[in-house]
Design a protein around this ligand. Sequence first.
Ligand code: BGC
Length: 775
Amino acid sequence: MKQYLQQDNWCIIEEGFHHAHNRISESVFSLGNGHMGQRANFEEDYSGETLQGNYLAGVYYPDKTRVGWWKNGYPEYFAKVLNASNWIGIHIEIDGEPLDLAQCEVKEFTRTLNMKEGYLEREFIAQMKNGKAVKVLATRFLSIANKEIGALRYAITPLNFSGAIIATPYLDFDVKNQDANYGEKFWEEVKKYQPNGKDAFIVAKTKKTNFYTATGTNFQIWQVGKEQNLHPFLTDRDKYLAATYTVELKKNEETVFYKYVANVTSRDYDSKQLLEIAMQRIQTATTQGFDAMKEAQAKAWENKWAHSDITIEGDVAAQQAIRFNIFQLDQTYTGEDARLNIGPKGFTGEKYGGSTYWDTEAYCLAFYLATASPEVARNLLLYRYKQLDKAIENAGKLGFTDGAALFPMVTMNGEECHNEWEITFEEIHRNGAIARAVYDYVRYTGDESYLADFGLELLIAIARFWSQRVNFSDDKRKFVMLGVTGPNEYENNINNNWYTNTIAAWCMDYTREVADFVKRTAPEKYTALVGKVNFHEATEIAQWKHIAENMYYPTSEKLGVFLQQEGYLDKEQILVADLDKKHLPLNQKWSWDRILRSCFIKQADTLQGIYVFEDRYDMDTIERNFDFYEPRTVHESSLSPCVHAILAAKLGRQEKAYQMYLRTSRLDLDDYNNDTEDGCHITSMAGTWMAVVQGFGGMRVREGQLHFTPFLPEKWEGYTFKINFRGALLRVRVHQEGVTIENESTQNISLYVHGEQYDLAGKEVLNTNLQAVFA
Ligand code: BGC
């Protein structure tokens, strides 16, 4: 755990340069706009510890799989979002000495991520070895108003001299991924264009996947409010262009370098036109200019915050943390493009390859449903729908037939990329989360048309998978599911994971229900679908019903709990509290073998199921399971504590809920798990949001209506969150006197607070009193 960042309501601030933590800061201060993103690398040279990272959403490379022992069915490759061109670089040299914060004395360093307006700023004084001192103020952002554009302003002021310095802005596609299985570079140059020193364009393409990308930059030098026309020396080598300027600086006078960038790819345009399009985008950016673009950026963020902000009164650390979580989620996925998804590290690092996991449906969807327009969540769903053919193919490779689909555990384009057999072949519960997302989306938005257009087709394929994956046990007289891995990856190849069996049976039931609904409400579409997927309605539906009704669920009557898996109680039962702290985290201290045989649980598993299907269980059942599983859970996945926080809140265990919430809310800001240098835990950030809104706020959607059962954590004076629901925009404030709900839209809405129904007209404010709320 490291606490070197300053607390502030709207900004993340590093005061004084923390060399040793630079890779952590590079992750935390990352920028993104859904189309591209970058780690907070420096513009000038840096010879210290750094992970260079510029990423373009959806531009990936299929890096050939490396495993010790190949098994049939393994994927051929692991998809990686590529480190793309470094466009921020400006090499600065003063009297032959490069400006490099690892090599000079750094004073008055401040780095600020302004989340309110969406930009990154860095200020410092560098005392060079040669005695020269310069002050630098560097500001940059990736435009969310104009996704293909980014800009930076680099202002340099000599403090103790007047004279010439060298400034070499460059564009560098000759980059690597740190995580490359065979150490190869993934980009090939296609063409370059450097009409003068100011503009530079490189078109490169990825090997194998042939994503063409054009990166263009424009560089300007301004002194005393005027652009300077200097003649640079040009450098042109493979995948690299630079222009070297000699710039005369005056003591105490600011010289400003502007660098604009455009990144366009063949995902969106014809590859032959990319250069021209990049040139047009650069033209747009320079015409608008840095200040106007920065203003537009602030406006765009203002709008995002208006729909998604959470405020916390009386706790700056918590306020900063929750905004950081929301900011990163909004930087990562903006929802206009159904071909994109959310990597567990977003644009902040290479880990997890930028690929899609079940994290999206199980954790992120709820955030986007409540804070953005329904199209955003719909596009997350369509992403899977568009990959349905690949999921059917994937299941086919494993021996499933007749249109059964197994969605991949990890994917970029629908193909499975994960290659540990116990996860690839066994962690099949992901199929359940993908089906459940359809249900969650329809329940939240009321958009039932989705079912006939896309949902049912996907559900049929998933139900078919489950019906083939189970087998009938003569011994148990029940359907069983053998050889699986549940969400708890600390045990593999187990039989009858309660969560997987539960969600599988639910999928089959829900598919029947949706089939019936579509047949009644959209008969033509239904008939077309029956033909398209060769749906043997009567037999398949009867089969799903039979399996779901006769599914086996391991249970301990004695303890009154559902069993995570059949053999769970055979394990030596120890509680985390009884473990010497020196054993934690288990994944770093214990052998894998020891972990697998232990009773310790990596992340919510049975409790994940209870969270998802909470309405099925009474409070006693929830409590018994919580009290059994929580003390055995080590929460070594950041996706875990939020589920426990929500259940603790439901059980009225407010202190426990708060403790659980704290485990993820500042996970990256305080480098809680010692791994933020690899990137931030973006998908767990959605879990933090869930802990506040569903946990503390107790928000649920039941029968098309919003319900709140909020409580106020003791440490806070009050908090507010925003909810976008079926055209209404609500600001829910929970404070010491009660709950205030302001309808910021003109849409009337009926909702429940602690079980009491209220009708709220557009623009109306509802105040519920203390008794009603905290009774
Ligand atoms: C978790 C998975 C998760 C993945 C990516 C793993 O550590 O166990 O549930 O999908 O990380 O976030």
